[in-house]
Design a protein around this ligand. Structure first.
Ligand code: CA
Length: 421
């Protein structure tokens, strides 16, 4: 049964942010000096630091209260998921329709339209995985037709260390990058603006409580280290990538910009939307014990990609897929990342890898949708696209829906491509 709030917009069945969601973010309001921690509710933000100032968080531990006044989420993340749970539950209680606290809490609600969202924490390290087997197979068959899925794929979650300094929040425009490419294998390489700019639809996981250097995270405890999920656009320059990726993997084809959605949806909010544990195909190896254990399923999260070209007034949907069919769960990615004793820190970001399904309409990149540029997309207004053009805006959306539960949404992850300088 959906809970009711006195914030009317939170009761709209189409909202991303009902009272059951209350995702964490960091915002700057009009007339406020510093960034502040907030919780999304309908089309408003609860100013959590303001709640602290007004003494509305006294039910939670003092350390947790202090963490709520920080300009980012790292301190709260470090205190573990019980801390975040206590803050959400306390605020949720005051937001309930029947709460007697409305008049106390209402002054600390800010309309989203009057705020600017920021990157929600200091992201010390960023790792990008490759957990979608359909994406790995599609890309592999374009880059290596004779050998699409490498023999390690079903045994070890593949990933690489990305760059956190170029992670930007939704709504930040970025320039088309320059790079070295070799379009003609019989001619020398060239340097110039990428001609094959793409997006990658991914889900990100923010680490909450970390692990000490040298300590592993058992798979059974991996989710205790997950503060929550967001959307990630791993912008990719395919022509640069093709030329540079061997033998050490992605580098300048990826690190010019990565866009994240501003709200971090907690695993508590997603719990009603568990997917059945992933069933590996017959003949596939079972995960090694450190990746198996008592793992639970992932989440039945629906993901959409929308495109708005400069000639369009409204965006069009390019694809829709599900996060439920990933080959490795986020818990497995966390356990694997720490399996050598690598220390994960509060605020670290782990991205899933491109989420693509079996069908064409569920492919999470233009590389796959246009099959390497060979099958251009025709948009409803007659325009064609193989890769992104200047002025194009890519918008990701995600949500969980299940009969009997309030819809849980992620908000949007947007970015516009500016011309190269
Ligand atoms: Ca990626």
């Amino acid at each position: 049964m959906a809970l009711k709030s006195w914030v009317e917009s939170a009761n709209d069945p189409a909202t991303d942010f009902p009272i059951e969601n209350l995702p964490f973010g960091v915002f700057r309001g009009a007339g406020q000096d510093g960034p502040r921690i907030g919780l999304a509710i309908g089309d408003h933000i609860v100013d959590v630091a303001g709640c602290y100032d007004a003494g509305l968080l006294e039910a939670v531990d003092e350390l947790v209260q202090a963490a709520c006044t920080a300009p980012g989420l790292n301190e709260l993340m470090a205190l573990g998921n019980d801390a975040a749970r206590a803050v959400r539950q306390t605020v949720a209680g005051m937001l309930r329709a029947e709460s007697l606290m409305r008049s106390e809490l209402e002054p600390h609600l800010v309309p989203m339209a009057h705020t600017e969202m920021l990157v929600p924490c200091d992201i010390g390290d960023y790792t990008d995985f490759y957990a979608g087997i359909h994406h790995a197979t599609n890309v592999g068959s374009m880059f290596r037709p004779d050998n699409p899925l490498l023999p390690n794929y079903k045994w070890v979650p593949i990933g690489y260390h990305g760059r956190s300094s170029s992670i930007v929040v939704s709504g930040t425009a970025f320039r088309r990058p320059h790079g070295q490419t070799r379009p003609d294998p019989n001619a020398p390489p060239q340097f110039g603006p990428t001609r094959r700019l793409d997006y990658e639809l991914e889900v990100g996981l923010f680490i909450g409580r970390g692990n000490e250097l040298g300590e592993r995270i058992p798979i059974e405890r991996a989710e205790e280290h997950a503060f929550g999920l967001c959307l990630v656009n791993d912008w990719s320059a395919r022509d640069i990538q093709t030329w540079e990726y061997q033998p050490l993997g992605p580098f300048l084809a990826k690190n010019f910009a990565t866009t994240i959605s501003p709200w971090i949806v907690t695993l508590d909010a997603l719990e009603p939307f568990r997917a059945a544990p992933f069933a590996r195909a017959q003949g596939d190896p079972q995960p090694l014990p450190y990746l198996a254990g008592s793992q639970r399923g992932g989440f039945d999260l629906t993901l959409e990609v929308w495109l708005r070209t400069p000639a369009m007034s409204a965006p069009v949907r390019l694809s829709r897929g599900s996060f439920g069919g990933m080959y490795w769960t986020m818990a497995q990615l966390v356990a694997h990342h720490a399996s050598n004793g690598c220390n994960l820190e509060p605020g670290d970001l782990l991205a899933s890898g491109t989420v693509s399904g079996e069908t064409k309409e569920s492919r999470g990149s233009l590389l796959e949708l246009t099959w390497g540029g060979k099958e251009p997309l025709t948009l409803p207004n007659g325009e064609q696209r193989t890769f992104l053009e200047d002025g194009d805006e890519v918008i990701f959306r995600a949500y969980c829906e299940r009969e009997g539960y309030a819809r849980i949404g992620f908000g949007e992850c947007r970015g516009v491509v500016l011309p190269a300088t």
